[in-house]
Design a protein around this ligand. Structure first.
Ligand code: KG4
Ligand code: ZN
Length: 342
């Protein structure tokens, strides 16, 4: 019988050095070395991120091999994030993966980060429901770098139905959180303070963008202006209203996202919807989508929280799926920072 390939996945597009090893869609090890240094700057500093990837990548790979209980020579192929992301950070992962592939004489698999977020659903036991989505389905990609609705026809064919015209939803959470005095990443902190808040206390206007595109910069300015105006009247405005503010902001963002996905289902007649990316770990967003899905008989696919944010397993599973189709890459592939169609 043909041996199932063992794939190592290396993710270094932003501020996590993540390495995972998978076999037969099953995660054998999953290592993440996070870069805490960015907290004090309120966002990821690209130069520092690249240097830290460089410092940590060998450590992360060794830990992943050890914890998978395999030997380096058992690995059949190396997959890595080719883009989009921070170019310095991507270069570290790419250089490492190319050297690893050359040194071990194993194939190289260059993986698109967004495609990998979507294909996280095909990692064994990664879904909350434990079912893999059936094609075609819609995927809402909500992360620090991206906000998109994709129509996913198969593993390798994904069509963009809508994208943000300006800020991503993760950036919106992070910038508002920073204004409220919180460190990076701000999304989980806003979620934390939303608990026990009244989500109807403050109303914010929703962006009027035609079609399936999003826009968050006007919404963000509207929120920041509202808070500034109130701070002039009451310097303790944030402190006295923190829970209600966070809760109202979070609800409004969730509704903006749901409104667009509703439109996408009607336009495509596809009622299978997946949520991926760091922001999809937000409980309010999950709750709003889940209850709407129940009402409208959509099938909804949510990932276990550890698979929503950047991780090595999503790169390894995409690598595995490419491997099975012999979609190998040459060592001359170059990382790209901006979004490219895959
Ligand atoms: O997918 P991800 O880990 O990295 C990118 O590819 O960008 O997403 C990171 C983003 C950050 O903006 C962070 O604030 C946001 O995801 N995030 C959240 C939550 N957890 C992470 N936003 C809202 N609620 C959360 N619970
Ligand atoms: Zn990501």
């Amino acid at each position: 019988m043909k041996k199932e390939p063992i794939i190592i996945g290396i993710e270094s597009s932003c501020d996590e050095t993540a390495v995972s090893i998978i076999k037969n869609r099953e995660v054998l090890s999953d290592i993440i070395i996070s870069q805490e240094i960015h907290k004090k700057y309120g966002g990821v500093v690209p130069e520092l991120a690249a240097r830290l990837h460089d410092k940590n990548i060998v450590k992360a790979v060794n830990k992943a091999i050890l914890s998978a209980n395999i030997k380096k020579n058992d690995i059949d192929a190396v997959s890595f994030t080719i883009g989009p992301g921070l170019i310095g950070s991507l270069l570290v992962g790419a250089c490492f993966a190319k050297s690893f592939s050359t040194g071990l004489k194993i194939p190289l698999l260059a993986v698109n980060h967004i495609q990998a977020h979507v294909l996280s659903h095909f990692i064994k036991n990664a879904n909350v429901s434990n079912y893999y989505p059936i094609f075609p389905f819609l995927s809402l990609v909500i992360s620090g770098g991206h906000t998109q609705i994709l129509k996913v026809s198969n593993f390798f064919h994904m069509e963009i139905l809508g994208s943000t015209l300006d800020d991503s939803v993760g950036e919106t959470f992070d910038k508002i959180a920073r204004f409220l005095g919180f460190s990076y990443p701000g999304g989980p902190i806003i979620e934390f303070f939303s608990k026990n808040g009244c989500d109807k206390k403050f109303l914010f206007s929703k962006p009027m963008v035609k079609g399936l595109n999003f826009s968050f910069s006007g919404f963000k300015s509207n929120v920041l202006q509202f808070i500034s105006t109130n701070l002039k009247k009451d310097p303790l405005f944030i402190k006295n209203n923190l829970h209600d503010l966070c809760s109202s902001i979070q609800k409004c963002i969730s509704e903006i996202l749901l409104d667009k996905v509703k439109k996408a289902t009607l336009k495509t007649n596809i009622f299978r919807v997946s949520l991926v990316g760091g922001v999809s770990s937000n409980s309010k967003i999950r709750e709003i989508f889940t209850s709407f899905a129940e009402k409208e008989k959509w099938e909804i696919f949510l990932l276990k929280k550890k698979y929503t944010t950047d991780n090595g397993s999503m790169i390894a599973i995409t690598g595995l799926l490419k491997y099975k189709e012999n979609l190998f890459d040459s060592i001359y592939v170059s990382p790209y920072s901006k979004f490219k169609i895959f």
